[in-house]
Design a protein around this ligand. Structure first.
Ligand SMILES: Nc1nc2c(ncn2[C@@H]2O[C@H](COP(=O)(O)OP(=O)(O)OP(=O)(O)O)[C@@H](O)[C@H]2O)c(=O)[nH]1
Ligand SMILES: [Mg+2]
Length: 428
């Protein structure tokens, strides 16, 4: 299905940021399976309160959606060459319910703002119960002010993008039912969160690195390369919504757990971050955040900034961070790649520059991750009586074991481990 993209450049937004945001809307549209067939842009001091764009541009849009009222509008540049109207309009901003209604009336098309587009992608990509519930809560909250006493159901029967599947029945519910459903889902999430927290508590003392970063940066690709897991990789935005935790392979001493999680995006819909809080807790408890950046994306600096902001928002601002510039193989020939790498390292001296497609780079990254966790290890002895040998597995998982000495009543392990881990194992 084809879509028209609409974006307004208001005064405070510079050209580069405007272009990057529009390019991103293209990719969001494609992730939904839509074909961006035309783009309408306008510079304004502020958004038009009624219809986002001004009346001249609205006529252009109407020509594209087959709602042109005046003859001259048919001659507007960018009108569909095959004459078939475009039935979806994507607006690169958050618009008010009344603006959406006005635009729908004027264009006869389904109108989705940036938040609606992102929420629909999340709805389609959610797999686990947790992810599904998290997304549905935010979708219902988004829908509540947009519900009308009459007509909402009828509108959707046109067979739009956002109306199919799980959310459909929600549209027929009145606001009170909608609130009940939100409460029910919140309760469900709370019990699931307790389960997740128990699992995480078991991993508390383990060395953990969380892959975080902008959507499509290559987190899941790195997860596969580092852990041999089969997590989903795709050239789509928000391919991953669930957190996966696996052991770094080949296994290191001490063992390191790697987690892959949901990516971030500029102008992340309000509520989504809060709703994904329990999913992101995995990152919050990591000893190291591996912040993956797509160095081949012209907009990577903004993406870096957005990730910093979201991490600060979720309370992960003070966790040690390793910036990983990925996709270096896409920069160009080896000379331009080397120059780009040099430029990046001059600005980010502690960063790691790589391509997830090159096994030798992945091996070096693995060493770098191990080095981080080995750095704070201290040498010590653990005395384990023979009746407490069940601790053996845990000792090997959490410590680097340098040797074992057998004494009449106990085994003495010579280890290197985090001071906190030593303390815990001694008390166990
Ligand atoms: N050329 C190249 N492509 C890469 C590299 N790393 C990842 N990709 C591709 O980039 C796309 C996105 O990769 P993913 O690993 O799914 O990205 P992600 O960060 O997990 O994205 P989300 O889960 O959507 O947040 C896929 O098509 C990958 O094959 C790389 O180093 N070089
Ligand atoms: Mg992913």
């Amino acid at each position: 299905m084809r879509a028209v993209l609409v974006a307004v450049q208001v005064q405070r937004v510079d050209d580069a940021a405007f272009a990057a945001s529009l390019a991103e809307l293209h990719r969001l549209a494609r992730t939904l399976g839509l074909v961006p067939a035309a783009t309408i842009t306008q510079r304004r001091t502020s958004f038009h309160p009624g219809t986002v764009i001004g009346s001249g541009k609205l006529k252009e849009l109407q020509a594209l959606t087959g709602m042109a009222v005046h003859d001259e509008a048919q001659e507007v540049a960018g009108a569909p060459s095959d004459g078939k109207p475009i039935k979806v309009v994507l607006v690169d901003h958050d618009i008010s319910p009344s603006q959406a209604r006005n635009l729908e009336k004027a264009t006869g098309a389904e109108v989705m703002d940036r938040t609606a587009v992102i929420l629909e992608i999340f709805r389609r990509h959610a797999r686990s119960r947790v992810a599904k519930a998290q997304v549905e809560i935010v979708r219902l909250q988004y829908m509540a002010p947009r519900m009308r006493e009459t007509g909402a159901g009828k509108d959707r029967q046109r067979g739009g993008i956002g109306g199919k599947g799980a959310g459909e029945s929600g549209l027929e519910l009145d606001r009170r039912k909608l609130r009940d459903r939100i409460a029910e889902l919140t309760g469900e999430l709370e019990s699931l969160a307790t389960e997740q927290a128990t699992q995480r508590a078991r991993r508390r003392d383990m060395n953990r690195v969380a892959l975080v970063g902008y959507t499509n940066a290559g987190k899941s690709t790195l997860m596969r390369a580092l852990t041999g897991s089969e997590v989903y990789v795709a050239d789509k935005l928000f391919a991953t919504l669930d957190t996966t935790v696996r052991t770094l392979l080949p296994e290191s001493h001490p063992r390191i757990l790697v987690s892959d999680t949901v990516g971030f995006i500029d102008k992340l819909p309000h509520g989504l971050v809060a709703s994904f809080k329990s999913t992101l807790d995995e990152a919050l408890e990591a000893g190291l955040l591996a912040h993956v950046v797509d160095a081949s994306d012209p907009g990577f600096e903004r993406q870096l900034e957005v990730t910093h902001e979201v991490l600060a928002d979720i309370g992960a601002g003070s966790i040690p961070r390793l910036i990983i510039f990925n996709k270096m193989d896409r920069i160009g020939d080896s000379a331009s790649e080397a120059a780009a790498a040099e430029g990046l390292l001059a600005r980010f001296p502690d960063a790691f520059v790589m391509s997830a497609r090159r096994p030798e780079d992945v091996a070096k990254l693995r060493e770098r991750l191990i080095a981080f966790f080995v750095r704070d290890l201290v040498a010590g002895e653990l005395r384990v009586p023979y009746d407490r040998q069940h601790l053996r597995g845990e000792i090997f998982a959490c410590c680097e074991v340098l040797g074992e000495r057998y004494q009449p009543d106990a085994v003495i392990f010579d280890v290197r481990a985090h001071p906190a881990v030593l303390e815990r194992l001694r008390a166990a």
